[in-house]
Design a protein around this ligand. Structure first.
Ligand code: SF4
Length: 737
């Protein structure tokens, strides 16, 4: 079949699904998007190429970047052509999203509906990181009496009985018992078939420190050598993934499992990246690293475990572990001291920061004082080069010994299946701490990296955390340009992809997103903008309110803005959403609320998100006014149609927080190259955020809403006009506060 025939057939499937289902409405924009998806995927040449044929042209790649406005129905427009073509071509579809909400919508609603309407049968599955599943071997150990308080069941040959007993003794007895009970209840529920081993299906989500000792992490798993392999929850899920033609994952998993063979091979699948505007930030997060320079007891623990296990399995490479571990520890202490000598002043918490710990709202994460000192231009001070080189060197040596032990253990498990349980448990003992060593090595290496002439250096910084009497110095490093990272790690492997979102253009152009995503100048890329079917001019009014105070004067502006906001909120009769740019700004608005209004305002973090939204829906359904106060995370992905959001309040333009070290380092690099970071970076990124925020107002063809913006820079400045261009074309009204 030719590429055009594949595309035609995929479109026929799309038309058939739309016609066959009353629930799916035909929309010209949606069909246009489906056409583009079908064309893009039909052009991609998938699968292995003949490596011996030097004259063969490189395989054809095809990547469609599609902005589809709210209401286009993009999930149907990409999923039907992609699935129909994958089934025809004998390949698979991988859909990656940024949010759990969209994953749930795809897996629980959209894909089951499509499975009933697409002619050929297909299976779909949700892929999660392996740490979301329980490791039965670890659970057996923790729940089965080994490690229990006063337990008599520790086997004589258990190498770590003493270590574990000492650890238990250090923990409060009640805490130890509560964990034990929790592990026992999980093991019981698993054995009765009442729980499937997925952390997300537990009735009460466990704290990270309780869950992590039983997570099915790769570093502690011997895979097919494990005695529980045939009943392993994680490997059972993997079998479902292998059998599925459509796999839904998230951007984190997509990037973290590159080369790990968990997801379909990128050169042999059709990749859809929804909520693609998040991809660049996820890439930076994935490839950033950090290392704790202060809390080092884990190094001795890992060295002691490695030595004892290494002796047991007769690995020669352990000879250097005592030297590597003690040098590592000493050099880390030196490095922490040097960081304090060099950056101590910058790392002192200010009085304002010291006071903030008392201002943290209920239900928020406990506030620790964190101060930061960034390394200008990525040029590490000379004094730190030697200790960091030593850290990288000794971590490398230590890691090599661990790899040798892991190899020997796997080989012994294979040769002595009767001893597999004990040997696998030893493997897990090393695997529990080895990732810290890897992270230390990666951080030291990236900190030491010098950028070639003209290239962007890595962002590098140190932090000091004080939590009560505890003081922790950490080192951090991150790539600066997400585009380079994505080009090297993702696009070099992908053959056919569709990237989509309601906000990919900024100020009306794709350039910024293409640069950030590493696709600028890529000849395989096509772009398409599909307008929303909504009549924004008729359905929405943007009321630009001009304060006397300059929004850059935070104190005067917030006072004036809060006054104007409160008088507008007094008019609210149904659902409303107020978006703030900082916690402090939101706190001031909450403090200023008159008593009569307090009962109708729901403040982010004072209730769990789902509960807050359920309360809002209930009140609006009862005909009562209900106002949500939220920050950035409420400005995206929140679907409040109809009366749930008839008024949207944007208190200030959502510029990125000023204390982002990667953003700061990038701005510094651009300035050094004679470029303007505000125009090139800040305005386009803000435009995408603002368009997302404004997108909360109109969700269906029937909605009508008022959008209030209190930041006069939107209508008074040149860059404000650029931002305005990226917003839905509401009818504009201007007024004075
Ligand atoms: S196969 Fe790996 S994850 Fe599964 S039970 Fe065994 S060690 Fe745990």
């Amino acid at each position: 079949m030719s590429a055009q025939q594949w595309a035609d057939q995929a479109l026929q499937s799309f038309d058939a699904v739309v016609q066959a289902t009353g629930g799916f409405r035909s929309r010209p924009g949606q069909r246009l998007m489906a056409e583009q998806v079908a064309q893009a995927f039909s052009q991609a040449q998938l699968g292995k190429i003949d490596a011996d044929d030097e004259d063969a042209p490189p395989p054809a790649r095809s990547i469609a970047v599609i902005q589809a406005g709210t209401g286009v129905g993009k999930s149907l427009a990409y999923s039907v052509p992609a699935i129909a073509m994958a089934l025809e071509r004998g390949t698979r579809v991988l859909i990656s999203t940024a949010t759990v909400a969209l994953q749930e919508q795809l897996v629980a609603k959209d894909l089951p509906a499509l499975a009933a309407h697409i002619a050929k049968p297909f299976r779909f599955a949700l892929a999660k990181g392996r740490g979301r599943y329980v490791c039965k071997l670890k659970l057996e150990r923790l729940a089965g009496g080994v490690g229990a308080p006063d337990d008599g069941g520790i086997p004589d040959d258990d190498l770590f009985a003493e270590e574990e007993a000492a650890e238990r003794a250090r923990r409060p007895r009640a805490e130890s018992e509560a964990s034990m009970k929790f592990y026992a209840s999980m093991a019981d529920a698993l054995s009765r078939g009442q729980w499937d081993g997925d952390r997300d299906t537990l009735a009460t989500p466990p704290e990270a420190e309780v869950w992590s000792p039983v997570g099915a992490e790769a570093s502690s798993c011997t895979g097919k050598h494990c005695p529980m392999f045939s009943q392993c929850t994680y490997y059972e899920r993997r079998k479902e993934l292998v059998a599925a033609q459509v796999i839904v994952a998230n951007h984190d998993l997509l990037l973290s499992s590159l080369g790990a063979r968990l997801l379909p091979e990128l050169d042999n699948c059709l990749l859809v990246i929804d909520e693609a505007h998040h991809l660049p930030a996820t890439a930076l997060d994935q490839f950033a690293c950090e290392a704790d320079l202060s809390r080092l007891t884990w190094i001795d623990k890992l060295a002691s475990r490695a030595l004892r296990i290494g002796q047991l399995v007769e690995v020669e490479e352990i000879a250097d572990i005592p030297n590597d571990s003690s040098r590592l520890r000493a050099t880390l202490q030196d490095a922490a001291r040097l960081v304090m000598d060099i950056y101590g002043k910058a790392l002192q918490p200010s009085k304002a920061e010291a006071g903030r710990s008392h201002a943290a709202p209920r239900h928020s994460t406990p506030y620790n004082h964190i101060t930061r000192a960034r390394v200008p231009n990525g040029m590490l001070p000379a004094e730190l080069v030697e200790p960091l080189s030593q850290i990288a060197h000794h971590a490398d040596g230590f890691l090599a010994a661990l790899r040798a032990i892991a190899k020997a253990l796997r080989s012994q498990i294979k040769d002595q299946p009767d001893d597999a349980r004990r040997l696998s448990a030893l493997y897990a003992q090393i695997g529990a701490l080895a990732p810290r060593l890897e992270s230390l090595h990666a951080t030291a290496s990236l900190l030491l990296q010098d950028a070639p002439e003209g290239a962007a250096p890595a962002a590098k910084w140190f932090t000091l955390e004080t939590d009560g009497d505890y003081i922790v110095v950490k080192a951090h490093a991150s790539p600066l340009l997400p585009g380079n990272t994505l080009r090297n790690h993702l696009w070099s492997a992908v053959r056919g992809a569709v990237l989509t979102s309601a906000t990919l253009t900024s100020c009306g152009q794709f350039d910024f997103f293409l640069r950030e995503a590493g696709l600028a100048g890529d000849e395989a890329v096509t772009t398409l903008e599909v307008a929303s079917p909504f009549d924004y001019g008729l359905q929405g009014t943007l009321i630009a309110t001009e304060t006397r105070a300059d929004p850059r004067d935070a104190s005067a502006f917030t006072t004036e803005m809060v006054d104007a906001l409160l008088s507008d909120l007094a008019m609210v009769e149904s659902g409303a959403l107020v978006l703030f740019t900082s916690r402090e700004q939101m706190r001031q608005a909450v403090d200023a609320l008159p008593t009569a209004m307090r009962g109708i305002v729901l403040v982010q973090n004072t209730l769990p998100r789902q509960q807050l939204l359920a309360t809002h829906r209930e009140r609006v359904a009862n005909g009562e006014p209900s106002i949500i106060f939220g920050m950035q995370s409420f400005g995206e992905g929140l679907d409040l149609p109809g009366a749930l959001c008839e008024s949207l309040f944007i208190t200030k333009l959502p510029f990125a927080p000023p204390d982002d070290p990667v953003g700061e380092a990038r701005a510094e690099w651009l300035r050094g190259a004679g470029r303007d970071p505000f125009s090139e970076l800040v305005v386009p990124a803000t435009a995408i955020r603002l368009a997302q925020w404004a997108g909360r107002a109109i969700r269906t063809e029937e909605d009508h809403a008022h959008v209030y913006c209190y930041d006069k820079r939107l209508v008074r400045t040149g860059y404000g006009q650029r931002l305005l261009k990226g917003m839905p074309p509401f009818t504009l009204e201007r007024r004075l506060a």
